[in-house]
Design a protein around this ligand. Sequence first.
Ligand SMILES: [Zn+2]
Ligand SMILES: [Zn+2]
Length: 250
Amino acid sequence: MGSLLGALCDLLWTPHCLACGAEAFEASPPDGLCALCAARVDPPFPRCRRCGRGVGPHAYDEGCLGCEGERWDVDGIVAGQSYRGVPRALVVALKFQGLLAAARPLARWLEDALRMRRVPGDLLVPVPLSAARRRERGFNQAETIARHVARGLGLEHAPYALRRTRHDPPQSRSTPGRRRRGPRGAFVARGEGVRGRCVVLVDDVLTSGATALACARALVRGGAVHVVIAAACRADGHAGAERAVPEPLS
Ligand SMILES: [Zn+2]
Ligand SMILES: [Zn+2]
């Protein structure tokens, strides 16, 4: 009966690619992407262990040319994909069109990257939205991605371990003064949930890192012993190119 129902559904409903919206002509294309988009996704490539930017063969442990002079007070940064092309289209579909299924391929790439780096972690914590922003959007995209990653890696997920006490306007609309002040929002760890834990902090896109670093500091204040930032996508062009990419709304 189930297969009959499935066949009927396939007849009535053609799957569409999550990234480009084209008809995908398969019952369930891998990752929900059409063949063209699937072929346009980069295979995993070496990233700087310190800042998470793609560095090709020029990775060394102390950092890369891109993060010289930057402060990254965390135990590492992992990224699933660069923030461009198909992965960027998926982030847009997830955040601004509410296409929750787009979180699945993003989570899978992040999961692969975490496995490859053998990141020590026993708790996944998403970067929170403020209560107002969450109400407005109806979900937190970082939490949706983290839930999939937690299931894939068999790790505990604590979606409410951090609280965002303020939500400044996105940096693209903020004043230079506010931009210099850094993170958009203030964060606190709730209760004792992260004390003594090795936390993997999950976000959808890492650009300047100011928001993720503010979360990491809140986790350490809350007693976390180890914090790694895990972003589904990393804006990792050289500094000039990165500035050209507007800070995504969070
Ligand atoms: Zn496509
Ligand atoms: Zn680097």
